[in-house]
Design a protein around this ligand. Structure first.
Ligand SMILES: [Zn+2]
Length: 158
């Protein structure tokens, strides 16, 4: 699922729950639950190290733009709801963190050509949590992403 969706869901959690521990735990759990829904991710599921430089740059810039959108939306939500600011920030952080480790895994694999055992284990766990590619139709994936954005914005505004 794209980072913007995860971030908005995290912001919605932070806007509703004003306890930093609960926000952190709920955000992480919801991340893994959302990953079980049909959705699109960046790049191929495996073997990023075998991609050409051009493909890597393409996926890398998509992820970077997505991250910039997530960060700027978070900024504007906090400006809109300053009293929930730190809960929103923590919600967004812990909603993105599970994918942050995945990026770290790919980054390490591509640039340092070595495996960190625990990171690999985590990567396989995160991967297994997703539905298989052949049961991941494009249109429902996009609709679910759009619906999650709408629900999150609704929760943040109300
Ligand atoms: Zn994930």
């Amino acid at each position: 699922m794209i980072l913007t969706v995860h971030a908005l869901v995290g912001a919605a959690i932070g806007s509703k729950i004003h306890n930093l521990w609960i926000v952190s735990i709920v955000s992480i759990i919801i991340h893994f639950l959302l990953d079980r829904l049909p959705h699109r991710d960046y790049g191929p599921d495996k073997k990023w190290k075998n991609l050409s430089r051009g493909r890597l740059l393409f996926f890398g810039s998509q992820i970077f733009i997505d991250f910039l959108i997530a960060v700027s939306l978070t900024y504007w939500i906090i400006v809109f709801l300053p009293s929930s600011g730190r809960y929103i920030l923590v919600g967004v952080f812990f909603s993105l963190l599970p994918d942050g480790f995945i990026l770290l895994y790919h980054f390490n694999e591509i640039f340092f050509k070595k495996q960190i055992k625990i990171l690999k284990k985590y990567y396989l766990f995160h991967y297994a949590n997703h539905i298989p590619e052949n049961k991941n139709p494009l249109v429902p994936g996009i609709l679910i992403g759009g619906l999650l954005i709408i629900i999150s914005i609704f929760l943040i505004l109300h």
